[in-house]
Design a binder for this molecule. Sequence first.
Ligand code: GLN
Length: 413
Amino acid sequence: MKDIFASREFETHCGSRILAGFRAPYDATVLRRLAEAGLVVVGSTNMDEFAMGSSTENSAFQVTHNPWDPARIPGGSSGGSAAAVAARMVPAALGTDTGGSIRQPAALCGVVGIKPTYGRVSRYGLVAFASSLDQVGPIARSCADAALLLGVLAGHDPRDATSYPQPAPNFVAALTGEVSGLRIGLPRGFFDGAGADPETMAAAREALSTLQGLGAKTVPVELPNSAHGIATYYLICTAEASSNLSRYDGVKYGFRAPAAATLDEMYERTRSEGFGAEVKRRILLGTYVLSAGYYDAYYRKAQQVRTLIRADFARAFESCDLVAMPTTPGPAWRIGERVDDPLAMYLADVYTVTANLAGLPGLSVPCGFTRAGLPVGLQLIGRPLDEVTVLRAGDAYQRHTDFHERVPQGVAR
Ligand code: GLN
């Protein structure tokens, strides 16, 4: 499991020094469900601090390497979970996805990841980053395994007021292998984006031909407001994070800076020493966009654009059952390459943030490799609560392809 869940068995650090030594007094609902199903959690995986990042390099503790090329990042923020599944250390792992953190590392590590509909899986006991976007989901080798695990995780939780009251469907029973007649929407401009890696785009297009060969139909759709997805996402997630992270003050959890003379100094030193650079950057930005005088120009505006992005998807789903796009603009980059360029890092999320802003289920399924041998993912986004169709299409695709059966050099199948 990602190091982000309250657990009585393991310390919860969320990749941060500020939670060093913290052990929760209770278990997250998803951990309780795993235990009830007889599943064993063998440990917690590395992640970007407070799930902020796309490379797992923002962890306060260690660097996670991509099993396909140890000189490269595994993606993030659930990079440890994706790398552990890709290296076949575990059959499946838990991740969380606020703007792509399940789907993007899954794509870059050549495994399956699904972010369920917002509210499908309980967030009780999940350390909050951006509460209106956060969602828990499985990372696994196949869509069939992901469906099995999602069935264990999903369902109503009276302890999470945003969890859906309806019982979850039988995700495994929905894997019929049948996609004939399924309408897949291709958003205009998404498969040839400026700056996108041509090999990644070609692999995603090829995957759609495979699905067409199985009887699916493709239809053109428009998602015009997705162009503002990154700006909107980084305003909303930083605003929510600045509020959520105010609780780490040296009093209630984990780390407290020693040698402070006054209470204020203790708060200040604890937060200065406990948080890393990216977390501080986001607290500053989020506090700014929520401040009187800027709230209307930034935060309120972002919420309005969020509504437009959601409306775009609703319109697209009038003519299609799934929307397809690449999961990422390119394959895994080299460790260190983007650490000094936060904007370049943020742009890696261009295809994933809109599903969070709209609350929709999104799957990344392995769909090929670059010539350099780096994995590429196809993303399928579904209607609200329609994980079943997303997983059925991904599973049908995997029955006819073997990308998910390949393993990195030196890894035993
Ligand atoms: N990479 C995105 C970010 O840095 C998404 C992270 C996530 O989904 N937790 O915010």
